[in-house]
Design a protein around this ligand. Sequence first.
Ligand SMILES: NC(=O)c1ccc[n+]([C@@H]2O[C@H](COP(=O)([O-])OP(=O)(O)OC[C@H]3O[C@@H](n4cnc5c(N)ncnc54)[C@H](O)[C@@H]3O)[C@@H](O)[C@H]2O)c1
Ligand SMILES: N[C@@H](CCC=O)C(=O)O
Length: 542
Amino acid sequence: MDAVFSVPEPRNEPVRAYEPGSADRERLQRRLAELAADRLDLTMTVAGEQRMAGGERIDVVQPHRHAHVLGVTAHADQADARAAVKAALDAAPMWRALPFEERAAIFLRAAELLAGPWRDTLNAATMLGQSKTVVQAEIDSACEFVDFLRFNVHFARKLLEEQPMSSPGVWNRFDHRPLEGFVYAITPFNFTAIAGNLPSAPALLGNTVVWKPAPTQQLAAHFTMRLFEAAGLPPGVINMVTGRGEEVSEVVLADPDLAGIHFTGSTKVFQHLWRTVGENIARYRGYPRLVGETGGKDFVVAHTSADVDALHTALIRGAYEYQGQKCSAASRAYVPRSIWEGGLRDRLAATADSLTYGDVTDFSNFGGAVIDSKAFDRHTAALELISSDDSCRVLAGGTADDSVGWFVRPTLFECTDGTHETFTTEYFGPILGVHVFDDARFEDVVAQAESVAPYALTGSIFATDRRVVEAVAERMRYAAGNFYVNDKPTGAVVGQQPFGGARASGTNDKAGSWHNLVRWMSPRTIKETFVPPTDHTYPHMG
Ligand SMILES: NC(=O)c1ccc[n+]([C@@H]2O[C@H](COP(=O)([O-])OP(=O)(O)OC[C@H]3O[C@@H](n4cnc5c(N)ncnc54)[C@H](O)[C@@H]3O)[C@@H](O)[C@H]2O)c1
Ligand SMILES: N[C@@H](CCC=O)C(=O)O
């Protein structure tokens, strides 16, 4: 077809409420029951073929009921990794030859399938496998995932329009090539949308991908792969390998055709990947693009002019929704003594104590369990540290129980030392530390909060005094890639608050925006001269 196509105008997928008695809720509950009753083989998908990986088997369980096995997966071994790389390289010529519109149509179809008939499946898988409540699943595996798919097409189309200038008699063009080789996408447990976006964004631009989801997210990852297939994704474009990933990386990171890594997860793992790429640099055909969004130690700073009701709600939601397992979760707050002792302390503690964490299929619960025993152990160690340290005082929670699920109570503590390790370490759980300061020390505390932790992902200022808002935004300009004014530091929406952070929090390539997509393109500049010169001499030569 000869045409310059426009693409559908993207819109954010509306969030459904699932109120009692609604048809949406009843349908989702039926799907939850079906998936809970199943015990799926959670295979790899390589060159379109589903088969169990060759390594040790792993049970995928419900974190809030860990005796309940949802499916069985396995660690991919080196032979599995080699097969996935080969499948990606074999599919590359076909995929990059397909016009952009055809690739875009597949991902737009995936968006509409997910917004419609696949919504309950992805939401139910995310609730059961990752212990998300219905609202947390809905904003992730339905809305944010749909948004990534729609907005990526919109931004990619705009990037393809980018063309250089041409002087008279010359036509300059950009050929927006995909990278030469394959992309390695490695995704975290906590967001189904991120797991879907990391392999699909490079694929939209014509790259083929080896995708390694987190084992604890494997149930939703399995259905994500089925969704892409249902939308028409050809075999070999995205190849999903299962399990922990170390063995996969031994093969993939040593492959000469590694063209890029699209990672979201912990800072430690990203640094390991970066280091390994550095050690292998002479092996590669090119310089692999390294895109990584990683950890955070996200702050809320309050001023005496703050709206205390808004601050209270932001701290509760920001710290304890999804059990604090968002990279953006508020985990350290700085509150003036007059506000803290004027009522906020007791109110926050009472609200935190009242939050119910339990089985997420009971829609009355506020939260579920933390993801696995490793996370549970990390949090119990942090709780022990807090309760045994004289500078910290636990005000709510502080307990944990793994008899049925990996439950950690929403924990609130205050700490006299704003440089304490609890203010610099990412625990990734429902643990909020508050440093209370004398009102007059506001500027010193802002300066400390700016750089005490190595991260720079999200942060909030609560103040109604505009001069304070302006001054803190300027003083903390590099302390957060996503900065919020009078709002919680979580819940970024694709197309509205492009997401990502710098310093130890990552490369700040803003998932779901053109900043990210541009990393998966390798433009070729073409100059065509219509009437080329036929005399090599210049006028100054006489
Ligand atoms: N900045 C962001 O946008 C963002 C978003 C979500 C999560 N996170 C961060 O992710 C972390 C939580 O997620 P997680 O526990 O899944 O992180 P993680 O780093 O433990 O794991 C992330 C992924 O890396 C894989 N992995 C680990 N070692 C590997 C290796 N050697 N080779 C290949 N793959 C390997 C894991 O199996 C998983 O798929 C937190 O630090 C959180 O802040 C950041
Ligand atoms: N983008 C999400 C966080 C993703 C990390 O876990 C938010 O803004 O809350």
